[in-house]
Design a protein around this ligand. Sequence first.
Ligand SMILES: Nc1ncnc2c1ncn2[C@@H]1O[C@H](COP(=O)(O)OP(=O)(O)OP(=O)(O)O)[C@@H](O)[C@H]1O
Length: 248
Amino acid sequence: MIEIKNITKTFTDRQVLAGIDGTFRPGDTSLIIGGSGTGKSVLLKCMIGLITPDSGEVLYDGRNFLTSNIDEQKTIRREMGVLFQGSALFDSKTVLENVRFPLDMLTEQSAAEKNERALECLRRVGLEGAGDRMPSEISGGMKKRVGIARAIVLNPKYLFCDEPNSGLDPLTSIKIDQLIKEITDEYRITTVVITHDMNSMMEIGEKIMFLYKGNKLWEGNSDTLTQSDVAELNEFIYANKLLRETAR
Ligand SMILES: Nc1ncnc2c1ncn2[C@@H]1O[C@H](COP(=O)(O)OP(=O)(O)OP(=O)(O)O)[C@@H](O)[C@H]1O
């Protein structure tokens, strides 16, 4: 379980996060939604240690990440998998080498063990047989799958995905969402996904947090999403629906 408590962040004179609380549970795919510039990515970066918040706590199964010593932080970091926006694959490495990379960096396993584990993860995301290909030779959806395989290669307890649907067509988006949800269920991972995607909200929104100008204005799930009386949330959903309908 991940708990965040009163996370605040200001850049120069602009407050980007104004005291965010939340709980993310194992086996849940929790979504953070909201318009552009509302602080979603900054919040995610505060959670994974890429940005230090001005105040607040981030607890990983009770362990205070921000006040932990370096060794404890390393342990917690090793338990995280991250799927970055745009997949962030190394262009000069093959698909298999990309997936194996965290094992190369962080484990003492033999080459055979690392290859076997990387292949197992590639199989899990439906990419058996693609290990020798280069990132430039595969589609956007396949790149996301490689990114997911790499994110789970160290058996993470916590999985963070920043806009996993960006740049994908609707059908591929749904498949990627389903894969993230299945993996989360299967391995009981605590998964946090940033998304703008209305389909994702309806399909995998077991728990949804809505951010608006650095504040958490609403929390719920896909069943209650369209029934709130929070005007900013309704505007956001309406704009999303309109976009979807216009795109059809
Ligand atoms: N390192 C930084 N220095 C200064 N300002 C920053 C920094 N990182 C983010 N910001 C600002 O913080 C605000 C929130 O940014 P953030 O990336 O969290 O938005 P977001 O909700 O993820 O938006 P989007 O959906 O467009 O990615 C923005 O105004 C952004 O310009």
